[in-house]
Design a protein around this ligand. Structure first.
Ligand SMILES: Nc1ncnc2c1ncn2[C@@H]1O[C@H](COP(=O)(O)OP(=O)(O)OP(=O)(O)O)[C@@H](O)[C@H]1O
Ligand SMILES: [Mg+2]
Length: 343
């Protein structure tokens, strides 16, 4: 069980979940409290899927049959700090917590059951099938359950139609036209209350831009699990170099080589790009890094991604979207501002 928790707990945390507690051999993770990131339901289901894969790997290593069953529910909860004077614990209680636990109990080995609410919140991002109605202790009426099949990688094609936002779309349309005509870029900040429709609007911008011949790249600033390769600027650089995080170092090196051949990257920038892509420095560059002071390192990290965008945009206009900039650290903000001024 130690090995199981060691494997599962970090997956919850890496998806922005709060590791609430272990109950027997159960792990309870909370998404959206104490902090909500907007896509909490999707991340909860992604975490469950990753846990399922991790545990089947674990089973192989130990040569035993080991399968998880999981439940994901969503709704209003009561969040509070409980405990005694010496030990404080943040926890959530309520109907949804109860339902998640019942769904987990009802799920056959290897299955993930989600509630109707979670199915609706993950529509287009997760494929699931109807698992019928369950009689759940504590609920007067039978509850509808859905079985998770897989996560979807391609963007949803069945999005609800956009309502309104004519003024914003007009401004954006004019900006893309002016960008094409003048060769000069523009930056937009989309700000608004939680849930007002920022992401949906920006998705529409991307659709419009793509239609107008723009090359689109997007990244997300997360304030959790910012481990290797998860930072927004690193993700943008990867996207511009056409390498994916899962491809491994060889693919990143190949991406850098072809970008150099295409003139997108200069020799003296390699040291910073290795850094941004979490690649080990070859011995000759290692010497250079050691000789560099912090200020030079920082300046390079800030300057190089902007130069890459600028050169790439000579061939084709580019739209770069960065979501949730309010979580960005100081370096990420400096990198974004540098890009904005250059382009
Ligand atoms: N103009 C619109 N037409 C149709 N649906 C919309 C529109 N704007 C938003 N929605 C829907 O409303 C919901 C919330 O919108 P969205 O996620 O874009 O908000 P947000 O401002 O990005 O939220 P957050 O602050 O949590 O990031 C989504 O389901 C989205 O599809
Ligand atoms: Mg949003």
């Amino acid at each position: 069980m130690g090995g199981f928790f060691e494997r599962v707990d970090p997956i919850v945390v890496a998806h922005g979940g709060y590791l609430n507690k272990h109950i027997g051999d159960c792990v309870m993770g909370v998404f959206g409290a104490p902090i909500s990131y907007g896509n909490d339901a999707v991340r909860a289901v992604h975490a469950a899927l990753e846990i399922r894969d991790a545990v089947s790997e674990l089973a192989e290593v130990h040569g035993r049959r080991l399968q998880i069953h999981a439940g994901v529910a969503a709704g209003q909860v009561v969040a509070s700090t409980t405990g005694s004077v010496t030990h404080h614990e943040y926890t959530v209680t309520g109907e949804s917590v109860n339902l998640a636990s019942r769904l987990a109990a009802a799920a056959p080995p290897g299955d993930i059951l989600i509630s109707e609410a979670v199915m609706r919140m993950t529509r287009g991002k997760i494929d699931c099938v109807d698992a019928g109605w369950l009689n759940v202790k504590g609920f007067a009426e039978p509850v509808r359950a859905w079985q998770v099949v897989r996560r979807r990688t391609e963007a949803s094609t069945e999005a609800e139609p956009l309502v309104g936002r004519h003024a914003e779309l007009q401004i954006f349309g004019a900006a893309t036209a002016s960008c094409r005509a003048s060769g000069r870029g523009q930056a937009f900040y989309v700000r608004g209350e939680a849930g007002i429709g920022k992401t949906r609007l920006v998705e529409e911008f991307q659709r419009v831009a793509r239609y107008g011949g723009f090359d689109c790249h997007s990244a997300l600033v997360l304030d959790f699990g910012g481990g290797a390769g998860r930072d927004a600027i690193g993700a943008l650089v990867r996207s511009l170099l056409h390498v994916s995080l899962t491809d491994g170092p060889a693919a990143s090196h190949a991406g850098l080589d072809s970008a150099m051949a295409a003139g997108l990257v200069h020799q003296d920038e390699l040291v910073f790009l290795n850094d941004l892509l979490d690649l080990p420095q070859p011995p000759d560059l290692r010497v250079l890094v050691d000789a560099m002071d912090n200020e030079a390192r920082r300046a390079g990290r800030i300057r190089v991604p902007a130069s890459l965008v600028q050169r790439a945009s000579c061939a084709q206009p580019i739209l770069v979207v960065v979501e949730d900039v309010h979580w960005a650290d100081e370096t990420t903000l400096a990198q974004l501002l540098s890009g904005e001024m250059k382009n």
